[in-house]
Design a protein around this ligand. Structure first.
Ligand code: SAH
Length: 242
């Protein structure tokens, strides 16, 4: 796909999905990102989505659904960023944010770091580690908002996220069609961990081939301190979810 064709499709996808218009420099950044991703994917397994049209909607536009609720200038953690989704699109689209991309898999973080350098994204930093590791918490520091896509079911994701947030901060969980079901299942986890449901939005992700996929954008706010015994080890969370 040529850069001109790519930019036309990117513009259409962003417009269809209610996202703001991009500058020419931002469009070019997304084109470079796609090429970096496809190139790196030949060697390292980073994504199953290799068709450019699908990547525009399912990686780029999808990463930004719900981003309008992120406060200006916030310090954001992408928990389980994988190949940089949503953090890389977010850092391009929202230069006001300071983004930290965290993943437990070093080779994925290495890709995100390299892509951020190539794109000269001075507002994105990376970190290798597990969210539930207490030593990592110190390195992460103060976070206003956590975004996360396709990492764990909501009850587990809340146990990974809420301990890292300051009281008043929020988790923005990008979920699929079953988001509401996960929210029901996570009610006790949210309560125990000091959270409260702020919003649950059903959205449609419009694809470039005319298809539509259901999305659920969940916001969980931390309203009081999380009890010290959380997070437990990942094995314990999985064995006995809250
Ligand atoms: N958010 C990306 C990747 C999803 S795959 C996307 O939507 O494309 C899930 C990722 O979460 C994997 O890369 C995995 O390594 C990471 N992960 C899972 N549990 C984690 C944990 N406890 N701490 C940090 N990263 C974790």
């Amino acid at each position: 796909m040529t850069e001109t064709e790519f930019c036309e499709k990117l513009r259409k996808s962003f417009c269809d999905n209610g996202l703001r218009e991009l500058t020419a420099i931002e469009e070019q950044a997304f084109f470079i990102l796609l090429n970096e991703l496809l190139e790196a994917n030949k060697i390292t397994n980073l994504t199953a989505i290799t068709d450019p049209e699908a990547a525009i909607a399912k990686h780029f536009a999808d990463s930004l659904l719900g981003s309008e609720s992120i406060p200006n200038g916030a310090r954001v953690l992408d928990l389980g960023c994988g190949a940089g989704f949503p953090s890389l699109p977010l850092a391009i689209y929202r230069p006001d944010l300071t983004v930290l991309s965290l993943d437990s898999t070093a080779k994925k973080v290495a890709f995100v770091q390299k892509a951020a350098e190539k794109l000269q994204l001075s507002n994105l930093k990376t970190l290798v580690g597990r969210a539930e590791d207490r030593a990592i918490k110190k390195q992460i520091g103060k976070i206003d908002l956590i975004v996360s896509r396709a990492v764990a079911r909501l009850n587990l994701l809340c146990e990974l996220s809420l301990p890292l947030l300051a009281v008043g901060g929020s988790l923005l969980a990008l979920k699929g069609a079953k988001g509401e079901e996960e929210l029901k299942e996570a009610q006790s986890a949210i309560r125990i961990l000091g959270g409260a449901v702020k919003s649950c939005d059903q959205r449609a992700l419009l694809l470039l081939d005319g298809g539509v996929e259901e999305r659920t954008i969940l916001q969980i706010q931390k309203i009081k301190e999380t009890p010290k015994e959380y997070p437990r080890s990942f094995a314990a969370m999985q064995k006995k979810p809250l």
